[in-house]
Ligand binder design. Structure first.
Ligand code: MG
Length: 334
């Protein structure tokens, strides 16, 4: 096989079919993926969730993951946030002419391994090649379909006064890992992305109670942005205890040096959960046994006062307003 992607790989002829057979088919093989024009699938029994997302992260390879793993996690996590078990995924690649086939192989392998971990089948795909400079390396778009667990009615508008606010792990690792891997700041720190497929995490919480109000993955804009979204959508106030927010020491070190707020750094494997306070202990117990949620913590609560605002109780006991999210901190983090 050629060592680099050429325009011919996207032209639909022999090179395209060599690439599909020799690389994608090898990793993505499953009963639903055929050479036909569309996948034929059994329908889920109840309600379905469907979502799509594009992944243009730069660099495509970073500590703790790569664009392949990310493009599965991002989409299955959006399904999971709606209480949906991910079932099917489609996957569309736009690759820059000259991209190394070895790198594409690694990306496809990660994508397949993560799909397997997430319990989702890649049922259809597409490959296009754009000329040099027309895209940067590789862009991937995935679309996912999931089956919603009956009795769940999760939505960003469901937060209620008295809810506990839970994060499922330490925050800000993905944004920090991307920032460091761009090498623009000359900082050396051992930070890996938290990117992970989280259906198992959501399932374990639903086994405790289906009375969860909101689940949202804290991707672009981080936990702080999600909290402002929920405060707005639900018309409630949120109060956080700064001392309870889990942040890896390396991440807070980097944030300290660069004057960044970890609450606004992206995560790719963390959920923000709003649930009635009486379930908080049981949820934390099950989360702390989970593979991707060992550092889960209650970080605050929902209040009736100051709707649309997020307050922060600082370590010295004062209460301040968390500054509302600003513009995009870092472009192309996912
Ligand atoms: Mg999301």
């Amino acid at each position: 096989m050629d060592e680099r992607i050429t325009l011919a790989h996207g032209a639909g002829g022999k090179q395209t079919s060599d690439l599909i057979r020799g690389l994608f088919k090898r990793y993505f093989d499953n009963q639903f993926l055929t050479a036909d024009d569309a996948a034929v699938l059994p329908s889920p029994k109840g309600k379905m969730a469907m979502t799509t997302d594009g992944f243009i992260v730069s660099p495509w390879d970073f500590p703790g993951g790569n664009v392949g793993r990310l493009s599965v996690c991002g989409t299955v996590n959006d399904l999971a946030c709606m209480g949906a078990k991910p079932l099917y995924l489609t996957c569309s690649f736009v690759i820059e002419e000259g991209f190394p086939i070895k790198s594409l192989d690694r990306i496809a392998r990660s994508l397949a391994e993560t799909a397997q971990e997430a319990g989702v089948s890649i049922v259809a795909g597409d490959t296009k090649v754009a000329g040099r400079g027309q895209v940067d390396g590789i862009f991937i778009t995935t679309t996912g379909v999931g089956e919603i667990v009956p009795e769940t009615k999760l939505s960003g508008s469901q937060a209620r006064p008295g809810d506990a606010v839970i994060v499922t792990g330490d925050i800000g690792r993905h944004g920090c890992a991307i920032l460091l891997s761009r090498d623009e700041y000359g900082i050396e720190a051992d930070v890996t992305s938290d990117d992970a497929p989280l259906w198992g995490t959501v399932r374990s919480m639903l086994d405790v109670t289906t009375d969860l109000h909101v689940i949202r993955d804290a991707t672009r804009g981080g936990v702080g942005t999600v909290l402002y979204e929920i405060a707005e959508e639900s018309g409630v106030g949120i109060c956080l205890n700064q001392a309870d927010i889990p942040v890896d020491p390396a991440v807070s070190g980097v944030c300290g040096m660069l004057g960044l707020e970890p609450l606004y750094l992206a995560c790719e494997g963390r959920l923000v959960v709003f649930a009635p306070k009486e379930h908080a202990d049981a949820l934390l117990e099950v989360l702390r046994r989970g593979r991707y949620s060992q550092n889960a913590a209650v970080i605050g609560e929902v209040r009736q006062t100051l709707p649309g605002r997020v307050c922060l109780k600082t370590r010295i006991g004062t209460e301040t307003l968390l500054p509302p999210p600003g513009g995009e901190l870092l472009p192309r983090i996912c």
